[in-house]
Design a protein around this ligand. Structure first.
Ligand SMILES: O=C(O)COP(=O)(O)O
Ligand SMILES: [Mg+2]
Length: 223
């Protein structure tokens, strides 16, 4: 039997990047003379990529939804974050050994994140995972991002189109997997805002030690 291919989300799934993104948000707001938002608030804004994160931050601090201002703040956010995406970022407990175990079992592995490809690559590199991933689809790799199914479907095709399963932590991953017709193994320790029962998922786990077993039983081949 072909070992299933696995497509991982990054933020809130393999890594806790909320402190890093919060630090960038704090610097961005500070440069505008605005008080920082709490970490938990910024954490709840993660998942749809930086442009949406910046929109949510602007709304939360009462800035007008002005397109030019949004563009300027998004560019400033991306530049600040790209300068050192590794700082203040930790792997989720048990995530790295689980990825290595799946690789040793013969699984092809992809990353499908709404984070831009360059910082995503830097982070995988810093975690010693860059050679374990066969392909990376980032938020800037296509004209659309998750929850559009296109990035997930592209990752699945790049892994050879055999039995595939996605692994993610939140609303965006749930919508994406459902739209793509792929299973989702939901990690419950990430940045999800709604209760597990309200999100589309095939199975859920709070301990990465359980992931390899779930992968084997739940992969699906797209037709
Ligand atoms: O950059 C984000 O907002 C989220 O990235 P993710 O798709 O890896 O969760
Ligand atoms: Mg995520």
């Amino acid at each position: 039997m072909t070992p299933p291919s696995i497509i991982f989300d990054l933020d809130g799934t393999l890594i806790d990047s909320a402190p890093a993104l919060h630090a960038v948000a704090t610097r961005l707001l500070g440069a505008e003379g605005i008080e920082p938002l709490p970490l938990a608030t910024v954490r709840g804004f993660i998942g749809n990529g930086v442009p949406t994160l910046v929109s949510r931050i602007m709304e939360a601090v009462g800035l007008p939804a002005d397109a030019a201002l949004h563009r300027r703040l998004t560019e400033a956010f991306e530049a600040d974050y790209a300068a050192d995406p590794v700082a203040l970022t930790q792997p989720m407990p048990g995530a790295i050994p689980a990825v290595h175990r799946l690789r040793k079992a013969g699984c092809a592995i992809a990353l499908c994140t709404n984070k831009s490809e360059a910082p995503a690559r830097d982070i995988l590199n810093s975690l010693g995972l860059i050679d374990v991933f066969d392909t990376i689809v980032g938020g800037d790799s296509l004209a659309v991002r998750k929850p559009d199914p296109a990035p997930l479907l592209l990752a699945c095709r790049r892994l050879g189109g055999g039995p595939c399963v996605s692994v993610g932590d939140g609303e965006v991953d749930a919508e994406t997997a459902r739209a793509a017709g792929l299973p989702l193994l939901l990690f419950t320790g990430g940045y999800r805002r709604r209760p597990v029962g309200e999100l589309f998922h095939t199975a859920h786990f709070d301990d990465f030690a359980d992931l390899p077993g779930l992968v084997l039983g739940n992969a699906v081949t797209l037709t």
